[in-house]
Design a protein around this ligand. Structure first.
Ligand code: 2HA
Ligand code: ZN
Length: 275
């Protein structure tokens, strides 16, 4: 099969375009990666090149050795993915130590995989282990309202989680584990990758202060839906803070406890403090 005919590739392209349409991907902002199934790599084998040069990832992900990933390219625009996926995307293979990668498909006009490759791969390694292999998608987006909130809320997991949960009843059901926050860091390197993957051991969402968000999920629908839910909740919070910084009423601690029972989710106690 041709790479562009594969269902996972079509789903990936659609998700890039959905993110662009949400306004989360100005210029070359944001990046997406998908950990391919063995049978998916097999299904497009005829188009995968094996002569590419091995390059350093910039970190070590031994748990992902030998796996294939579909990723957005560094400096590429989400806006263009749907028009020219072979220019914007790449399939990369990792070596047997999980320290180097080579390009097997895509980036036909040159270029490299996403500048956030260390963060993506370290998150994949953590989430693959934490979910018994179920999570396959890591998504980074420059979500406007979440970014705005990182200027006015304390950069604490407890504060962001609780405030975002309060903004929409379905939030604690969609992200019952909460969200993690890292303070401002230089993007692109190993240090921010380590900090983010540390949060990903506990959460499916990590907020990068003054920058954006990372989300992890099983498939494109769930991961895009998670990003969308968190960002929409942040939008409501921005509106609420703009209209009236002191809430007149909200979802209470007891309301969350009742919701958890009926929806059969476990909400960590540290987010259920009395305010
Ligand atoms: O420009 O989003 O974090 C790509 C990015 C870097
Ligand atoms: Zn970014």
């Amino acid at each position: 099969m041709k790479v562009l005919d594969a269902k996972f590739v079509q789903g990936f392209i659609r998700m890039c375009n959905d993110g662009w349409e949400q306004g989360w991907h100005e210029r070359n902002g944001g990046n997406l990666s998908y950990r391919m199934k063995e049978e998916e790599a097999e299904s497009v084998r005829e188009e995968l090149q094996t002569g590419g040069e091995w390059r350093e990832i910039g970190t070590s992900v031994p748990g992902l050795a030998g796996q294939y990933f579909l990723v957005t390219g560094s400096g590429k625009y989400f806006r263009n993915v749907i028009l020219d996926p072979e220019d914007s995307l790449a399939i990369v293979e990792l070596d047997d130590k999980g320290e180097r990668y080579r390009i097997c498909w895509g980036l036909v006009n040159g270029g490299r995989p996403t500048s956030e490759l260390p963060s993506h791969l370290m998150n994949h390694e953590v989430k693959m282990q934490a979910t018994g292999g179920r999570h396959r998608v890591i998504y980074h987006a420059h979500t406007t309202n979440v970014i705005a909130l990182t200027f006015v809320l304390p950069l604490k997991d407890e504060v962001f989680t609780r405030e975002l949960w309060e903004m929409a009843t379905e939030c604690p059901v969609v992200f019952p584990d909460g969200v993690g926050v890292v303070g401002w860091m230089v993007p692109g390197g190993r240090e921010i990758a380590v900090a983010t993957s540390e949060l990903m051991k506990k959460y499916d969402v990590a907020i990068w202060a003054h920058h954006g968000m990372f989300a992890s999920g099983e498939d494109f629908d769930l991961t895009f839906g998670l990003m969308h839910t968190v960002e929409k909740s942040a939008e409501i919070l921005v509106k609420q803070l703009s209209m009236c910084p002191a809430k007149l009423q909200t979802i209470t601690t007891q309301n969350f406890r009742d919701l958890a029972v009926d929806f059969k989710v476990t909400l960590p106690e540290r987010f259920l403090y009395e305010k």
